[in-house]
Design a binder for this molecule. Sequence first.
Ligand code: ATP
Ligand code: MG
Length: 269
Amino acid sequence: MTTQPFLAVTHVAALESFLSGMGTVFRKFDEQDSGCISYGLEVAGSRWFVKAASKATDVCSLRRAISVHQAVSHPAIVPLVHSFTTEEGLALVYPWVRGEVLYHPTRSRHGGRATPGSPMARFRTLPIVRIQTALEAVLSAHLAVEQTGLVAVDFYDGCMLYDFSEHRMVLCDLDEYRHGPFTLEADRLPGSTRYMAPEEFSRGSLIDIRTTVFNLGRALRLLLDAGDDETRWRGTPAQLAVIERATAPEPERRWPSVRSLTDAWHAAA
Ligand SMILES: Nc1ncnc2c1ncn2[C@@H]1O[C@H](COP(=O)(O)OP(=O)(O)OP(=O)(O)O)[C@@H](O)[C@H]1O
Ligand SMILES: [Mg+2]
């Protein structure tokens, strides 16, 4: 990788003007639900994604992201390359990844996965083999997640950056992943309800790798369908049966691990 220009940066007072002084800010994400503000920055021909938090809860989730990236690295997970403090909080630096997230909700706009021309709608028209390859990247990344003892939280199509020209799937924003198992001490976890397991909505429940298996099962179900309402399945009946077990409401009826889910998925292909 190109030597990253942030190496000597440990603290920055005014982030935006600092970044403008360093290079060209070519994108700004200031409408995210999370409240974080992120920037696409180009410096001497290389591109970076800088994500900054100022509110305490957001700083907390970026701290969590640091520990996630310390624990896991995988070709299909955008690597964290640097972090530094700012006057208000914390900033993380990632390489800029070409592509589009399959779903991009903002504070003013949610939904639209079925809209023709949207990234998700375009993804769903790709040849099945492209979809399978992308799903393989998602599963493979989560095998690495599983090996480190992390469990997925807030995993959904907004984490899936897909490059439609290179046909490459990379995962971003795994900030909420945690070491598991853990007991849910709130009324629910953050996340997209379409991807979430029942236990994620129940205070006191155990969140473990089977919760991750459910989240992945939902990803398999939703991405390998030609439409958005789960009526146009593109895979085989055997694959659908693997998903049914992955997304059983009771955790004990699911595949017990990402490994077993992945093996079953491969056997069904
Ligand atoms: N490394 C990257 N390279 C290029 N673009 C990225 C990268 N990481 C994230 N993005 C883009 O920036 C957007 C915001 O990033 P991210 O999802 O991490 O922010 P967030 O503040 O947590 O948003 P949300 O509230 O939706 O979770 C993503 O939807 C994606 O389009
Ligand atoms: Mg987020």
